[in-house]
Design a protein around this ligand. Structure first.
Ligand SMILES: [Zn+2]
Length: 502
């Protein structure tokens, strides 16, 4: 393979793969998949691609690129990471960087989200021109693909390409076509979009940090309402919150984003100021944060602050609710660290048994969910079978067959086929001998070849002749052994002469 290209800053990994196809002159999508992933079934995903470990393996080790570097720098993962809680963030990282089956779009809520994803990959003609000038080629940037951002902060409105984001040609990585992308005029975007674009840039730059739990986000928004006197004790004045948000963004823009709060009991904005039962999208967070915070606020500061919030202990009477929330968080964090380091099973045996036991008593649902997400990913087809184990077990059966039949002189020739026919999974063994070194060695060493079989047959005849006290003639031994002078191999001839003396 020609060297796999390094991604440009903010380039989608999807785009890097497409560029590799162009550099290597590969036209067939399947061939490109085979070359990059070694697997033609991989789906070309632009926002949250998986199997990052395989991409990392394409780079020389000394460059030091890791799967999470790619995830944080060249996918849209940072848009979701701060808002889904620490357990989910970690399990998603695991899912996207290894070969496990991906439920990523479900976990991030990308599929069920109210935020409408752009239908096509988008580009900024001004940036394309700049890329061509600077690098001699162009690429898909990830910040062009973010729902809620309709323009490039420098050049103006983003343009839809004709490449669907969720392509019907699901295995194709399509490069930017510079010829169709350069346009003389570019309209400017709305101020709302410019504002969101700036926050998105901050969000995309957020490095791997511990992110807030959903319960902490819930506390944060309650606190925000209280800071603006939009509450009475624990009651939030939802209508005033809604007025504030609409006054900031304008109803038109919110409607275009499909995020105009309808004032109903289950509106997303109301739920945002209640206990968070599920994650909200980055766009919903940004809409509220901009409406409430002073201009110039920094996203990184908010995330760090929220992650340190200590939810108040509950006043209700049930055991779980009485439990000190801080204690709960601390147990949860130690278990997350432990399973991250040792895996679920070994964590219990590596000094975290008490943490497990405590969480099992007090927070069983959470514990089960975390453990499930930290299960070692199921290996893919070839890996599903433990070939080493199969090799050892099969060779044991083969040795037992060999030993058990050694003294039986009447058997047909004990060829590879003969052994295979005695095994339960003949096809599984025969077709995969390359993966079974012990079995291969056994066959090389212990299968009976022609001269050994001839000698065995002659020994059998000789023994029965001697036992019956009959004459011991060369022609008789040959005939009763089903052999002839012509078919006799050289070692068998020597056996007749030197051992049997005829
Ligand atoms: Zn631009």
């Amino acid at each position: 393979m020609l060297g796999f290209p390094l991604p440009y800053r903010n380039e989608l990994l999807y785009s890097t793969i497409a560029r590799h196809g162009v550099h290597s002159g590969i036209v067939s999508p399947k061939e490109l998949l085979q070359e990059v992933y070694g697997d033609t079934r991989i789906i070309a995903t632009s926002d949250l691609p998986g199997h990052l470990n395989r991409i990392v393996a394409l780079y020389p080790e000394k460059i030091g690129i890791t799967a999470s570097d790619l995830l944080y720098n060249n996918t849209l993962f940072p848009l979701y990471a701060p808002f889904i809680g620490e357990a989910r963030r970690k399990s998603l990282i695991r899912e996207l960087t290894t070969d496990g089956k991906s439920s990523v779009h479900l976990i991030t809520g990308a599929t069920a989200s109210r935020v409408k994803q752009p239908e096509y990959l988008r580009y900024c003609p001004g940036c394309i021109e700049q890329q061509l000038h600077e690098f001699g080629e162009c690429y898909w940037r990830r910040d062009w693909q973010v729902a809620g951002v309709d323009n490039c902060p420098v050049h103006g409105r983003l343009i839809d390409s004709n490449i669907p984001r969720h392509d019907i040609h699901r295995h194709q990585f399509t490069p930017v076509n510079a010829d169709t992308c350069i346009q003389p005029e570019q309209q400017s975007g709305s101020w709302q979009s410019v504002l969101i674009a700036r926050s998105i840039n901050e969000l995309l730059k957020l490095k791997q940090i511990v992110v807030p739990e959903l319960v902490q986000w819930g506390c944060w928004y309650k606190k925000l309402a209280a800071d603006h006197n939009l509450n009475r004790r624990s009651q939030i004045h939802h209508e005033q919150v809604q007025q504030k948000v609409i006054a900031f963004w304008g109803a038109d823009w919110l409607t275009r984003q499909k995020l105009m709060p309808d004032g109903g009991e289950s509106s997303w904005l109301r739920n945002m100021f209640r206990k968070h039962r599920k994650a909200f999208s980055y766009l919903e967070h940004l809409i509220v944060l901009h409406s409430f915070l002073e201009a110039g606020w920094k996203l990184a500061d908010v995330v760090t602050f929220v992650a340190r919030l200590q939810p108040k202990a509950r006043t209700s009477t049930t055991a779980l609710q009485e439990m000190d929330q801080t204690q709960l968080e601390s147990y949860r964090r130690s278990w997350l660290d432990a399973v991250g380091k040792y895996g679920t099973k070994m964590a219990r045996l590596s000094g975290y048994g008490d943490v497990y036991a405590w969480l099992y008593r007090h927070d069983r649902n959470w514990l089960m969910e975390v453990n499930l997400s930290h299960k070692a990913p199921k290996p893919k087809y070839e890996g599903k079978i433990d070939w080493h184990k199969r090799d050892v077990n099969t060779v044991k059966s083969l040795i037992a067959l060999c030993n058990g039949n050694e003294c039986r002189l009447d058997d047909p020739r004990r060829s590879k086929n003969w052994y295979l026919n005695q095994l339960k999974q003949r096809a599984g063994i025969e077709k995969h001998l390359k993966l079974l070194p012990l079995c291969s060695l056994f066959f090389d060493r212990y299968c009976e070849n022609i001269f050994e079989y001839q000698i065995r047959r002659m020994s059998r005849t000789a023994i029965s002749t001697v036992q019956s006290g009959g004459p011991f003639k060369r022609w008789q031994v040959l005939r009763w052994s089903g052999l002839s002078e012509e078919r006799l191999t050289e070692p068998a001839r020597r056996f007749l002469k030197e051992i049997l003396g005829i």
